[in-house]
Write a protein that binds this ligand. Structure first.
Ligand code: SF4
Length: 239
């Protein structure tokens, strides 16, 4: 392990880094510059291609145009999401966008667990199709980036720029924590970024088509995900 590299094991011993948020990107660009100079190739962005993800990709491209971006493809995403990924590839041709699939297909999942596991046991389904694949991705990296924002939900309001990630025994870096929903959209429109068409059809947060519905509840930006189940996270951001 390189000396002075911030890793999961030495998180508590590492001096806290203070980033100024008094700038155009509320600290995001500074955090990204630090992250890529600190970790080099050893950091990965796990992108869901939601609107925060598009902003983060644009900012990342200014710091490291050939950064590694991984999309966890559950095989259950909307067509609009797959279309968006192609648009992003065209706009940022140097980015290394990798598609990570679960180890079992939907058919194998049905054979093992029965049909529509997402209705029977959504946590198990997320574990198979999202959590384990991310574990595999992070096995080859020291740190990862996420587009979490504090005002997305109660469970995200204490997120810091740099976090000790107990779930994946990693360092999770979240450059957009101080961005509001309006900041995100202002940036998207100002820079004419591509985004998922479903955002214009009352989907603030977009995941698998089987577990995402449109919502008119603009006070809860995670509304529409696992509606009526009490589930609020897919397991990637739980400690
Ligand atoms: S969001 Fe739904 S369909 Fe997608 S992995 Fe989780 S439970 Fe399965």
């Amino acid at each position: 392990m390189a000396k002075n590299l911030l890793v999961y094991e030495n998180f508590e011993d590492f001096e806290i880094i203070n980033f100024s948020i008094d700038n155009d990107t509320k600290g995001a660009l500074e955090v990204l510059k630090w992250a890529y100079s600190h970790y080099g190739e050893d950091i990965v962005y796990a992108c869901s291609f939601g609107v925060e993800g598009i902003v983060l990709i644009d900012l990342i491209s200014k710091v490291k145009s050939n950064a590694k971006v991984v999309f966890l493809d559950t095989d259950l995403h909307f067509e609009e999401t797959y279309k968006l990924i192609e648009k992003v590839r065209e706009r940022y041709p140097e980015l290394k966008i990798e598609i990570k699939k679960p180890s079992i297909s939907l058919e194998e999942q049905e054979n093992q667990y029965g049909p529509k596991l997402w209705e029977l046991d959504a946590n198990k389904c997320c574990e198979i199709r999202k959590v384990i694949p991310l574990q595999e991705v992070l096995a080859g990296a020291t740190a990862w980036l996420s587009g979490l924002r504090r005002d997305q939900s109660e469970s995200r309001k204490n997120t810091e720029f740099i976090n000790k990630d107990n779930k994946f025994k990693s360092i999770k870096i979240c450059p957009l924590i101080h961005w509001s929903w309006k900041d995100i959209w202002r940036y998207v429109h100002k820079n004419s970024l591509p985004y998922n068409e479903l955002h214009d059809k009352a989907y603030p947060s977009i995941g698998c088509k089987t577990c995402t519905q449109p919502t008119l509840n603009i006070d809860d930006l995670r509304a529409g995900r696992w509606t009526g189940t009490g589930k609020v996270e897919c397991g990637l951001h739980q400690t």
